[in-house]
Design a protein around this ligand. Sequence first.
Ligand code: DLL
Length: 435
Amino acid sequence: MIRIWSPQYECMPREQIKELQLARLKETLERVYQARGIYYQKFRQLGFEPGDLKTLDDLKKLPFTTKDDLAQAYPYGYFIVPLKDVVRLHGSSGTKGKPTIVGYTKRDLETWSELVARIVTQAGVGEDDIAQICFGYGLFTGAFGLHYGLERVGATVVPTSAGATERQLMLMQDFGTTALISTPSYALHLAEVGQELGIDFRSLKLRVGLFGAEGWTEEMRKQLEERLHLKATDNYGLSEVMGPGVAGECLETCGMHVAEDHFLVEIIDPDTGETLPEGKKGEIVITTLTREAMPLIRYRTKDVSSLHTEPCPCGRTTARLAKISGRTDDMLIIRGVNVFPSQIESVLMEINGLAPHYQIVVKKRGHLDDLEVLVEVLPEIFTDRYRDLEAWERKIERKLYNALSLTARVRLVEPRTLERTFGKAKRVLDLRNSE
Ligand code: DLL
C-alpha cells in the first residue's frame, strides 16, 4: 500500500489547491505589507496594495526577489518578525562571500518537519527504517531538515554528518542502515570506498537513497542504484525558501511532487521574465505561502526545470518538477554554444569503464574558449598503455561532439585523482575571467 503523509493536502483536487494557494498568497501579501519592511517599500513604489491581488495570475504584477536582494539585506533584512520569535538560523551553502541567512519561527520549524516527513514518506521511508544522514550538520539546511522530518515519521535517525567515509561504512553495516541521506556525489564516493574495502553492498540492508542538494542525471541514478544496490530518489529544496522539503520524488520517480500548499512555483523564461506554460523548461521561481519569519515573493532560484500536472500513479495530485537540469548561472557559453554540465555528465555516465568523477575546465586559448573534460577511469580498466587511452579519449570526444555540437578535449585520468567533496560537488572550473 502506498503511504501518503498528508493525503488531505497531497491528494487535493487541483482546483482546491489553487483556491488554497490564492487564500494563502493573499494572507502572505497582507503580512509582508503590514510588516512595513522591504516588501512594503517595493509595493509602495509600484503603487500596489495587497487587495489588488484578485487571482493567482495577478502575482505576475509583482517584481522578482533575487539572491542579490537577499545579500544586500544581510543578515536579517527580509525577516518580518522580531528576532525574539526566530528560533533557528540557517544559511546558504555558498562558498563565496557571506552566506544568505534565513530564519525560522517555531511554526516554520513545525512546517519544515511536516514537509520533510512528506518527502521521506514519498520515498517509502517510515518507522521501520534506519536512516543515516551524511549531510554536514551546521548552517546548511540539509542535515537538520532531513533529521527532523525523519524523526517525525518515526525512522531511527543516525546523524553521522559528513566525512569520515570508512566510519560511515562501518556504521552502515553495524547498524543495518536502510536509508541513505546524502548528496548523490557523496553516495558515489561511499560506493567507491566501499568497493575498495571489499564491501558487497548486496549484503547490506540499504534499500533506498534520498539524494539531493546538487544536480545529478538519470545516468547517475542508474550508477547509484547498481553500485549501492538501492532505489535512488531525488529531492529538491533551497535554504532561501526553507531547505529540503520543497519537492521530492515518490517511488514512481517521474518528477518531484511540490508541496503546493506551502509554495507557489512558477517557471519563467530567464531572459524575459515571462511566465512559461506547463511543461516548458525555464527558471523556477518560488513564492512562500505559509512562512512566518521570512516570506519570499517570486524568488528567482536560478534552477532550471519544468512543471507537470498530469496524474501520477501514486495518487498525489500535486504538480511535479522535472529533474533539475542545471542552473542558469551554471550554463556555460562556449564558443557561442550553450552547455549545461548535466549534458556532459549524461554522455560520460553512458560510457562503460569511466568512473562517475569528472571535472569540466574552461579556459581561453588565444581568443577562443577551450573546453576540457577530465574524467577518471575505473581502476579495473585503467591501463598505462598510452595508445589505448588516447584512442579512447578520441572516442569520447566524438560522443561529446554528437551530443553538444561542440569540440571538447577529453583527458582520462587515473582513478582517485580528482578531488572528492563531502558536500556539494564542484565540477566546473571556469578560468576564462581569471587568466
Ligand atoms: O541544498 C537544500 C537541500 C538539502 C535540498 C538537502 C535537498 C537535500 P542550498 O544549500 O541553499 O539548499 O542549495 C540550494 O542546491 O538552488 C539547487 O541549485 C541545488 N539543489 C538542491 N536540491 C537539488 C536537486 C539545499 N535535487 C541549491 N537537484 C538549489 C539539483 C539541487 N539541484
